[in-house]
Design a protein around this ligand. Structure first.
Ligand code: XIL
Length: 332
């Protein structure tokens, strides 16, 4: 059938995937990217831990390679992320910093963010300015070495710096959320956080819903979750914000290993989720977190306990389209 990007664009949506610089050397992966995707996002190459691995190094080489590939092949590029506000994913040397004042912190953050944005503006049309600033268990704003003196003003500052350096880019807050595994505290925390940003006049255009999904059989439990999720999305768009699905994949950890069984459930889950989300005219983009099963991050980050390979993406490890792809195509 036609490429996913073509089907998505008929609905006014961009479709794309994450890609790593290592995958540039995989001819089959490149071919799938170029066939299916209109846009791409760097899996790790724009993150501080790649660009600023230590205080004295600036490493743009992997991100430059991806930018060249995108530019030469007519792919647009989403940027991820200017501030991963979570010590678990922030360079150790940044976590260890002790700032003496808010303004000293602000200068440091401005220097780092503007270095990244300036290098890739205007080619990058959207930035996940801030990633995962709200604790997914408590709904509280996370504390890091960078928020110690600035508090939540740190977030405002990151958005203002991004706006100043990429005035035409869409600016997003991105968080680890999906319909079936997001807690009430997390949803509420994100809503109040977004309201505070809006009230302070922060230049934010929308919310990125990562949508790393953890599937179980449909039952009353997931139907209740679905109602909560719709109520959450309604409130987000009610604030005048757009929404983006930024990192869709399906963690099949809880499903028994039989491949046909897993794929059928994953496809039906995918269809249900996208039917729900495509009802929002405010949904502007759909990105999946990788195109090929054995290259997806969940294989190593959250392996199945039975050592069976997960099937989280649209193509299997032999680069063959799966029923999940059909589900996406049908939903578009
Ligand atoms: C993941 C990458 O896929 C991994 O390669 C890396 O080790 C950790 O980060 N939420 C995000 C993404 O916003 O940046 C994460 O990507 C997946 C979860």
């Amino acid at each position: 059938g036609p490429p996913l990007r073509t089907l998505a664009s008929e609905k006014g949506l961009r479709f794309g995937s994450a890609m790593s610089s290592g995958q540039l050397d995989d001819a089959k992966y490149r071919e799938i990217m170029l066939f299916e995707c209109g846009t791409m996002v760097a899996e790790n190459e724009h993150k501080w831990y790649t660009i600023f691995p230590d205080p004295d190094t600036v490493n743009f080489a992997p991100a430059d390679r991806l930018a060249t590939f995108a530019g030469e092949n007519g792919l647009t590029m989403r940027g991820h992320t200017l501030l991963w506000h979570r010590e678990m994913w922030s360079p150790e040397w940044v976590n260890a910093l002790e700032f003496s004042s808010a303004s000293e912190t602000a200068d440091f953050v401005e220097q780092k963010i503007s270095l990244i944005v300036d290098r890739y503006a205007p080619a990058i049309y959207a930035w996940d300015v801030v990633n995962e600033a709200i604790d997914d268990e408590t709904g509280e704003f996370r504390q890091t070495s960078l928020s110690a003196k600035m508090g939540e003003q740190l977030i405002d500052h990151a958005f203002h710096v991004a706006k100043a350096h990429a005035p035409d880019a869409t600016l997003t807050y991105n968080d680890f959320m999906s319909w079936e595994s997001t807690s009430a505290a997390h949803r509420t925390g994100v809503l109040r956080f977004l309201e505070r940003l809006k009230a302070r006049g922060v230049p934010i255009d929308g919310l990125g819903l990562q949508s790393h999904s953890n599937y179980e059989m449909p039952n009353e439990f997931t139907r209740a979750r679905q109602r909560d999720w719709v109520a959450f999305c309604d409130e987000v768009v009610g604030m005048g914000l757009d929404i983006y699905i930024t990192e869709f994949d399906v963690n099949d950890t809880r499903l028994k290993p039989d491949i046909a069984y897993r794929d059928a459930l994953i496809a039906s889950y995918t269809r249900d989720y996208f039917d729900l989300m495509l009802a929002y005219p405010q949904l502007k983009e759909v990105l999946v977190w990788g195109m090929v099963d054995d290259q997806n991050w969940l294989q190593t980050f959250l392996p199945r306990t039975d050592d069976v390979e997960k099937r989280p993406t649209v193509y299997d490890s032999d680069y063959k389209a799966k029923s999940m792809r059909r589900a996406l195509a049908d939903a578009f």
